[in-house]
Design a protein around this ligand. Structure first.
Ligand code: BG6
Ligand code: MG
Length: 216
């Protein structure tokens, strides 16, 4: 019997990937690197600095900046990203999320957030769902990012359950890999193509029956 839920944020609870893309594209343009939506797929689920490093490598500029300059570039991107998030409201929850979280609350199944985003607390407040989560793993405290299972194991600790008792929700291949390495049941969300390794894939969370899911 499963006892709790562990959610990725970007692409599962809300679609912030478009805002990450706008902010990264503007920054990349300024330093003479061209990125497109297809390339942006690679940035899903990975940390801010890992994203910057991938963009620099994509443009052949991985050795052109000092660590301090890279920190400045990442901060600049984040300032623009946070400005784009100001208008978020509960209308920006992905379809089916509000219904699923309300049902989980009704059935007293606890949920935690396992997101690489340092902006997760702010985003959950804006979306009006912060109170639906027992806690959020602080990505600043992690040794390794996804696909390492650390973030998911820490989320199970927050829920006070074993990883095997948790169900993880993810939209990115790196996240599904981390969920499976942690020993959790993996639900792949919103994938246009099946997410390799996911135990099941859905387009919206309210396709799922929570009582059935807990029996997995
Ligand atoms: C993940 C996103 O959730 O968070 C990535 O999928 C993003 O695209 C990462 O880079 C870090 O986010 P932030 O808000 O800390 O820059
Ligand atoms: Mg995601």
């Amino acid at each position: 019997m499963k006892k709790g839920f562990v959610f990725d944020l970007d692409g599962v609870i809300t679609d912030t990937a478009k805002y990450h893309y706008i902010a990264w594209k503007n920054l990349a343009d300024k330093i003479g690197i061209s990125i497109d939506l297809e390339f942006n797929e690679q940035l899903k689920g990975i940390s801010r600095m890992d994203s910057l490093n991938r963009i620099l490598a994509h443009g052949g500029k991985e050795n052109d900046f000092t660590e301090a300059e890279k920190a400045e570039l990442a901060a600049k991107k984040n300032t623009e990203y946070v400005a784009l998030l100001q208008g978020l409201t509960e209308k920006d929850l992905l379809p089916g999320v509000a219904e699923f979280l309300a049902e989980a609350q009704k059935l007293k199944v606890p949920s935690a957030i396992a997101s690489a985003s340092k902006n997760a607390p702010f985003i959950l407040e804006k979306l009006g769902v912060a109170a639906d989560f027992v806690g959020i793993v602080d990505p600043n405290t992690l040794k390794k990012g996804k696909p390492d299972p650390e973030i998911f194991i820490r989320a199970a600790e927050i829920l006070n359950i074993q990883p095997e008792e948790a169900i993880g929700f993810e939209d990115a291949p790196a996240g599904i890999e981390g969920i499976k390495k942690a020993g959790m049941f993996a639900v792949g969300v919103l994938a246009s193509e099946p997410l390799t390794g996911a135990d099941i894939t859905v387009h919206r969370l309210d396709e799922l029956s929570i009582p059935d899911l807990l029996k997995k």
